[in-house]
Ligand binder design. Structure first.
Ligand SMILES: Nc1ncnc2c1ncn2[C@@H]1O[C@H](COP(=O)(O)OP(=O)(O)O)[C@@H](O)[C@H]1O
Ligand SMILES: CC(=O)N[C@@H](CCC(=O)OP(=O)(O)O)C(=O)O
Length: 260
């Protein structure tokens, strides 16, 4: 692995946080990659932990097109689950794997601009890349940034950002190689078979047919946005096969490749 590889922006979905062995295996692979000189930024979700905490607090969840409607009385619970528990679970797994990890959120270090996405969604944020200095400093120290998808607007409102969209902004900011790891091997067709490659037209057809829906629709659209921005493919794969990351950093394709 060469020092000149682009930064890998690795996004993991919330289901990973419910698997101690999954987190340990993935962090083991990341530790090896980092000791070979590969720079990595971790971005995480935690939708299932948010679900659990909202239910425990007697709150209902509504999702529109894969995004959680976030009323102001729910934001403290969402922030606690994502910037708190989820972030520290991953940081703990990283430390156990011997990695020097810095837990952060989108609100730290002037990294992104955040605005309310759409009033109908409540305190849901849309983020755009702003200043890479903080991340660049952490990477220059050989540390692993672990970023939750909580942002703060210029008006001081805490905002809930979909984690695939958070990863999109950070990948653009550092011109990194985006890898979206979920609990499925990649994008599946109507028969549940893995699709190796998808372009914009195929994505739009599968979305229209209802084959790609909910969280996967948000994910694939985030991947396509970065693929087109960078002019190179983005991978959607599974955290259940962390060795695939090594193959990926050696230039091989794993999971589903989203084409520019
Ligand atoms: N065509 C598809 N292929 C794979 N998964 C799909 C598809 N359409 C919908 N999904 C759903 O999307 C989920 C992944 O999105 P999401 O739950 O947001 O994952 P994560 O939390 O890892 O970001 C899968 O677990 C599956 O339930
Ligand atoms: C606005 C919005 O939908 N935010 C997401 C943030 C967490 C997330 O994206 O988690 P996964 O990656 O595990 O799906 C949520 O509240 O669930």
């Amino acid at each position: 692995m060469s020092q000149s590889n682009p930064v890998i922006v690795l996004k993991v979905g919330g289901a990973l946080l419910q698997s101690e062995s999954g987190m340990a295996e993935l962090m083991g692979v990341v530790a090896n990659m980092m000791s070979d000189g590969q720079k990595v930024i971790f971005v995480h979700g935690g939708g299932c932990l948010v679900d659990e905490q909202l239910t425990a607090n007697g709150k209902e969840t509504i999702k529109l097109d894969g995004l959680r409607v976030t009323p102001s009385d729910q934001i403290p619970i969402v922030v606690g689950a994502l910037a708190g528990t989820s972030n520290k679970l991953l940081q703990a797994a990283a430390i156990k794997a011997g990695i020097v990890a810095v837990g952060m959120s989108l609100a730290d270090g002037n990294t992104v601009d955040a605005v309310v996405k759409n009033e109908n969604l409540g305190l849901v944020g849309e983020v755009t890349p702003k200043d890479a200095s903080y991340l660049t400093y952490l990477l220059s120290q050989g540390w692993l940034p672990i970023c939750s998808s909580i942002a703060v607007s210029a008006q001081g409102d805490m905002l809930n950002v979909n984690a695939d969209q958070a990863a999109t902004a950070l990948a653009k900011l550092v011109a990194g190689q985006l890898v979206l790891l979920s609990d499925v091997p990649g994008v599946l067709d109507g028969n549940g078979e893995l699709i190796d490659q998808l372009n914009q037209q195929q994505i739009s057809d599968l979305v229209q047919q209802g084959v790609i829906e909910k969280g996967m629709k948000v994910k694939v659209e985030a991947a396509l946005e970065v693929a087109q921005w960078m002019g190179k493919p983005v991978q959607v794969a599974s955290w259940k096969q962390p060795q695939q990351l090594i193959a990926l950093s050696n230039g091989q394709s794993v999971g589903t490749q989203i084409q520019p």
